[in-house]
Design a protein around this ligand. Structure first.
Ligand code: ATP
Length: 366
C-alpha cells in the first residue's frame, strides 16, 4: 500500500493531506483546480520537499521528516507523466525512450523496449522528433519513457488534460493497457470523472489542500453527502457489471450487477466481459407502484435508504437494491407528491437510452 501524510504551505495555500492507497491498482486524485494535486504528486516524487510528512510504498520509506529520511528523487523510482509530455525536443522518439531505459536500475524487473513500443503502438514513430508528433502520440511516448525507467510507482499528473476529445479517446485505451499489463501502482491526477470511471480502482477526493474522502470509486460514487461529486451533472452510482447476454433483434444487451440487471443499447463485448456503468442520478426516476405500459427498459425494485437536498428544489435519493445502491435526483415537488420517506419500497426507472450517451463509461476496466 501507499501511505501518504503531508503538510506544506505556500503563501495563501496549505496542503494537509493523509490517505492510504491500496497497491497495486490505480488511485485517482480528484479535485478542483488549485486544490493541491500537483503539489501532492511533486512531494511524493521527491520534486518538492514538504515541511512535514511521511510517504511509504509497500513498507519502503521514501520520506519521513520526523526521522529525517528524505530519499532523493532518483532513488524513489517514481515514473512521472505530466500534462505536457516534456520529451527532449532535439532527440528522436527512440532516444527519448532509451533515456528512460538508461534510468532503470540494472536489477529492476520491468518491461523491455520492444514490449513497451508494441503496447503503446509507437513503433512507426521511433525515428521522429517530438515536434512531428500529435499531442496524443507525444503522451504515449512520455508514458513509454516513464515505463521504461521501471518505476515502483507511476505518477500521472493530468496526462490527458492538454488533449482535445478525440485525442483523449485515442490515449485512454493505452492507459488502460498499461494498468492491466504492469503491476506498478498508479497515482492518477485528474479532474475528469470519465477518466476516473475508466481507469481508477480508488479515489482520493481533495479540496483546498485537504482530503475530503478516500475509498473505492464505486463506494464514493454513491455518497450523496459529498457535493463535490454528487452535485455534478454526471453524478451517479458506478455499478460493476458483467455482460450476461445480447439480444440483437431488440438491439439490447443485458448486464448483471450485484442486485439486479440492466438493459442497455446493444454492446459488442462478449458475454462474461466485466464493465463499469455509471447510472447517472438525473437519469433515474422513481414510482411508488410498479409501472405498466412504459417504454422504459429498466424498472428495478428498490428500497429508499435516505434522501437529502441536492440543489435548490431538488433532492438526492439513495436507493438500495440487493448489494448495490443507486442515486436518483428528483424535484422536491416529487418528494412531496409521492410522500417519499426512508424505508419505502419503490421502483427505480432508468431508460436504456440513458446509457447511449454514456458509452465511454461502459468500457471494460479489465
Ligand atoms: N511553487 C509555488 N509557490 C507558491 N505557490 C504555489 C507553488 N506551487 C503551487 N502553489 C499554489 O499551491 C496551490 C496548489 O497548487 P497545485 O498546482 O498543487 O494545485 P492543483 O490541484 O494541481 O491545480 P490544477 O488542477 O490547476 O493543476 C495553488 O494555490 C498554487 O497557486
Amino acid at each position: 500500500m501507499l501511505e501518504v501524510a503531508l503538510r506544506h504551505r505556500f503563501p495563501g495555500f496549505a496542503l494537509d493531506t493523509a490517505f492510504i492507497a491500496p497497491t497495486p491498482g490505480v488511485t485517482a486524485v480528484f479535485g478542483p483546480s488549485g486544490c493541491g494535486k500537483s503539489t501532492l504528486l511533486a512531494a511524493i516524487a521527491g520534486l518538492l520537499r514538504p515541511e512535514e510528512g511521511r510517504v511509504a510504498l509497500d513498507g519502503a520509506v521514501l520520506l519521513d521528516t520526523a526521522a529525517r529520511v528524505m530519499m532523493p528523487a532518483e532513488r524513489r523510482r517514481c515514473g512521472v507523466v505530466f500534462q505536457d509530455s516534456r520529451l527532449f525536443p532535439h532527440l528522436s522518439v527512440e532516444t527519448n525512450l532509451r533515456y528512460g531505459l538508461r534510468r532503470a536500475p540494472r536489477d529492476a524487473e520491468g518491461p523491455g523496449f520492444a514490449e513497451v513500443v508494441d503496447l503503446l503502438g509507437i513503433a512507426h514513430l521511433l525515428p521522429r522528433r517530438p515536434a512531428a508528433l500529435s499531442g496524443g502520440e507525444r503522451q504515449r511516448v512520455a508514458l513509454g519513457r516513464a515505463l521504461l525507467s521501471r518505476p515502483r510507482l507511476l505518477l500521472m499528473d493530468e496526462p490527458l488534460a492538454a488533449l482535445d476529445a478525440p485525442r483523449r479517446a485515442e490515449v485512454l485505451p493505452f492507459l488502460a493497457r498499461v494498468r492491466d499489463r504492469f503491476r506498478a501502482p498508479i497515482l492518477y491526477v485528474t479532474h475528469a470523472l470519465d477518466e476516473v470511471d475508466r481507469l481508477a480502482d480508488n479515489l482520493v477526493l481533495m479540496e483546498a489542500g485537504r482530503v475530503l474522502a478516500a475509498d473505492t470509486v464505486e463506494a464514493l460514487s454513491t455518497r450523496a453527502d459529498l457535493p463535490q461529486l454528487a452535485a455534478r451533472r454526471d453524478a451517479g452510482a458506478l455499478l460493476p457489471c458483467t455482460v450476461l447476454a445480447h439480444d440483437p433483434a431488440r438491439g439490447l444487451t443485458r448486464l448483471g450487477f450485484p442486485g439486479g440487471e440492466l438493459r442497455v443499447p446493444l454492446r459488442e463485448e462478449p458475454p462474461g466481459t466485466r464493465m463499469r456503468v455509471r447510472v447517472r442520478a438525473r437519469d433515474v426516476s422513481v414510482a411508488t407502484e410498479e409501472p405498466r405500459g412504459l417504454s422504459v427498459q429498466n424498472i428495478l425494485p428498490v428500497t429508499l435508504e435516505s434522501l437529502g437536498p441536492a440543489a435548490p428544489h431538488e433532492a438526492m435519493l439513495r436507493l438500495r437494491l440487493g448489494g448495490a445502491v443507486l442515486l436518483a435526483r428528483v424535484t422536491d415537488d416529487a418528494v412531496a407528491r409521492l410522500a417519499l420517506r426512508p424505508g419505502q419500497r419503490l421502483w427505480a426507472l432508468v431508460k436504456s437510452a440513458a446509457f447511449a450517451a454514456n458509452t465511454p463509461s461502459l468500457e471494460n476496466p479489465g
